[in-house]
Design a binder for this molecule. Structure first.
Ligand code: GTP
Ligand code: MG
Length: 244
């Protein structure tokens, strides 16, 4: 990073004991000086015990309020608690290349307010999820356009970074309207950010998760639909009723 602005890497986690130690150790080695914030939603496994035992500098493991579970809620808390200029959010299962952190920070240093990791190839998702992802992306893009907000090639990405102060403000002023239990935090941030923010992009190869299990289920589908305007909320009701 040219100017050496400080950065917090935010890792939302739930039951990632098979990945989290290697994630934290690798990131610590690759990014000395960066802060690492593990936002854990009361995992039932040994994630906390294993990370704490590492005793690494500038690694904070936050066990969140059990009444407030949600990936979006976790990331929002991480952004508002970051004490650095910049933040980068990435999954804790190695689906996002660790080298992207530097690329994202470099773009933010260039002056972008938000930098999004765009998946090159979504085949790792499988055919059904790729199609679902395409439909959601289309609905999200329409929603952002309707509200006069900027778009991206990957609005549903879980890999992105931004300016902590700017997005803390967005969360403090609009967090009550976010779909906190959902997974699509970037979409909420873009939806409620000022319409004149500068958005940069990097591309990356999306990998298969390395260990542990996916947490995606029908509730996440309902949450994502609920983010897509009146029509999305209507579909969410139907989908939720069918899946009951
Ligand atoms: N804090 C928190 N993190 C979560 C929660 N659910 C999932 N995560 C984490 O969020 C990241 C994304 O979840 P995944 O289950 O991998 O979702 P995904 O990448 O869309 O699905 P896969 O492709 O199947 O891995 C992972 O690091 C999870 O551990 C949650 O309720 N709270
Ligand atoms: Mg994953």
């Amino acid at each position: 990073m040219a100017g050496g602005r400080t950065c917090t890497i935010i890792l939302p986690t739930y039951d990632e004991e098979e990945n989290i130690v290697r994630m934290v150790v690798s990131l610590r080695e690759m990014y000395p000086g960066f802060r690492i914030l593990v936002m854990d939603d009361n995992s039932k496994d040994r994630s906390k015990e294993l990370v704490d035992a590492l005793g690494l500098e500038d690694v904070r493991f936050v066990v969140r309020d059990p009444g407030d579970r949600g990936l979006t809620a976790s990331v929002c808390q991480g952004i508002t608690e970051a004490v650095t200029d910049l933040f980068v959010v990435m999954d804790s299962d190695f689906q996002h290349p660790l080298s992207s952190v530097r690329q994202i920070c470099d773009r933010l240093e260039e002056g972008y307010d938000l930098c999004i990791g765009v998946r090159n190839d979504r085949r790792a998702l499988g055919l059904k999820r790729s199609f679902g992802s395409w439909v959601f992306h289309f609905m999200a893009a329409m929603t952002l356009s309707f509200h006069g907000k900027k778009r991206s090639k990957d609005i549903m990405s879980g890999l992105f970074g931004g300016r902590a102060e700017l997005f803390s403000k967005v969360i403090k002023e609009n967090g009550g309207l976010f779909e906190m239990p959902g997974f699509k935090v970037l979409f909420d941030l873009m939806r409620y950010a000022p319409s004149d923010i500068n958005i940069g992009e990097i591309t990356y190869e999306f990998e298969k998760r390395q260990g542990g299990e996916s947490k995606v289920g029908p509730k996440i589908v309902v949450s994502t639909l609920r983010q897509c305007g009146v029509f999305g909320r209507f579909l969410a009701k139907i989908y939720g009723a069918v899946k009951k």
